[in-house]
Design a protein. Structure first.
Length: 146
C-alpha cells in the first residue's frame, strides 16, 4: 500500500515504510499513519523492505522484530553503515516479552521501541515527535486529526 502522489510532484509529507509480516497488524499501522496524513508503504519482509528502500529511502521505518524467518533488527543493523544524516529513523514494534529485546532494538539503531499492542491514539504523536528530531524536510511533521 503506497499513498498516491498526485501529479508526480515531490510530496512534502514524511514517507514511512512499515515492515510487518502480520497483515492485520500491518494494515492497522498503515491505516493509523495514513489517516494522520503520512505517506505510507507497507511490506511484509526484509527482502521487500530492501527493494522498497532501493526505490525510495523512507524518512521513517516502523518494523516488527520477528518477521517469519527474518529479523527486523538485522535490517536496522545493516542501515547503520549509512551516514546518520541520510539513514532513516526507526521505530521497532514487538509483541515479544523476551528480556533485553528493547536494548537489542536500540543497539541495532531504533530510536523508539514500542510494545504491542500499540496505543493507536498515541502512536501518530510518537511518530511526529520522532520525525521532528530530524533536521530538514520532516522536522515540522505533525499528525493531522482524522
Amino acid at each position: 500500500m503506497t499513498s498516491p502522489d498526485p501529479g508526480g510532484t515531490e510530496n512534502p509529507r514524511p514517507h514511512i515504510l512499515v515492515i510487518e509480516d502480520n497483515q492485520l497488524n500491518r494494515d492497522l499501522l498503515l491505516d493509523v499513519l495514513l489517516i494522520h496524513g503520512y505517506e505510507v508503504e507497507g511490506v511484509r519482509s526484509v527482502a521487500e523492505a530492501e527493494a522498497a528502500m532501493a526505490r525510495r529511502l523512507p524518512d521513517l521505518i516502523v518494523t516488527d522484530i520477528h518477521l517469519g524467518r527474518e529479523n527486523g533488527l538485522d535490517l536496522l543493523r545493516g542501515l547503520k553503515t549509512q551516514p546518520a544524516a541520510t539513514r532513516p529513523l526507526a521505530i521497532v514494534v514487538s509483541a515479544s516479552a523476551l528480556r533485553g529485546e528493547r536494548d537489542q532494538a536500540m543497539a541495532a539503531g531504533a530510536a523508539l521501541y514500542l510494545a504491542k499492542p500499540i496505543d493507536v491514539r498515541e502512536f501518530p504523536h510518537q511518530v511526529a515527535r520522532l520525525l521532528a528530531t530530524r533536521k530538514g524536510g520532516a522536522a515540522g511533521a505533525t499528525p493531522q486529526s482524522p
